[in-house]
Design a protein around this ligand. Structure first.
Ligand code: GRF
Length: 195
């Protein structure tokens, strides 16, 4: 069964592109129904429009608070038929009200081996802590910050001369592989999000 996705992002959109590529290459049996972006300058918007995908822009600066913005997202998503929301660089924490009301599972990708280094600047946190291995994690989104059930991870070795940028670049390569792998397992029923 085709896995119907809505992807949320705020910026560059490389994880979105990697998922889109996996679909185009028939490595992932999925369809992207819409893209939700909270930043009108996000590069992801043009990338999605080039693929003729529906783009929903909910500029966070146009709403008095997060609740109003989330209400608008819920309203705009009503007409779409989808199974799952995949956060890909979406920079705003979703409220528990939103998570409850949306009635579909939500997953996220994070550039560290959770539960280590949740939140912002995960790659810098790993360097500051002096760990020798970091990586990326796909997890279920719940009301905690990057604390939901872990669905899959990939490890990346940290090198002595790594900077935040070099480490981020190397982790990103694995993010792109991991996200499609996990979505594929969800589509095939190997991962059951309800358990
Ligand atoms: C990725 O590193 C992701 O793990 C983090 O934000 C970044 C988004 O990159 N949550 P992109 O927009 O997918 O290129």
């Amino acid at each position: 069964m085709v896995l119907k996705l809505v992807i949320f992002g705020s910026g560059r959109g490389s994880n979105f592109e990697a998922i889109q590529q996996s679909i185009e290459n028939r490595k992932l049996n999925a369809e992207i129904q819409a893209i939700v972006v909270d930043n009108p300058n996000a590069k992801m918007i043009e990338k999605a429009r080039n693929k003729k995908l529906d783009v929903i822009i909910v500029d966070k600066n146009q709403f008095s608070n997060r609740e109003e913005q989330e209400k608008e997202i819920i309203k705009k998503l009503e007409k779409y038929d989808y199974d799952l929301i995949a956060l890909a660089g979406y920079m705003r924490i979703l409220s528990s009200k939103f998570i409850e009301e949306i009635k579909h599972p939500i997953i996220n990708i994070h550039p560290a081996l959770l539960p280590s280094f949740p939140g912002l600047h995960a790659q810098r946190q790993a360097l500051d802590a002096g760990v020798k291995i970091s990586g990326c994690t796909v997890h279920i989104v719940d009301e905690s910050v990057d604390g939901g059930k872990i669905l899959g991870q990939k490890a990346v070795e940290i090198q002595d001369n790594d900077t935040e940028d070099s480490l981020s670049d190397r982790i990103l390569v694995y993010e792109h592989i991991l996200y499609s792998e996990i979505l594929n397992k969800i589509e095939k029923g190997i991962i059951d999000l309800n358990k």
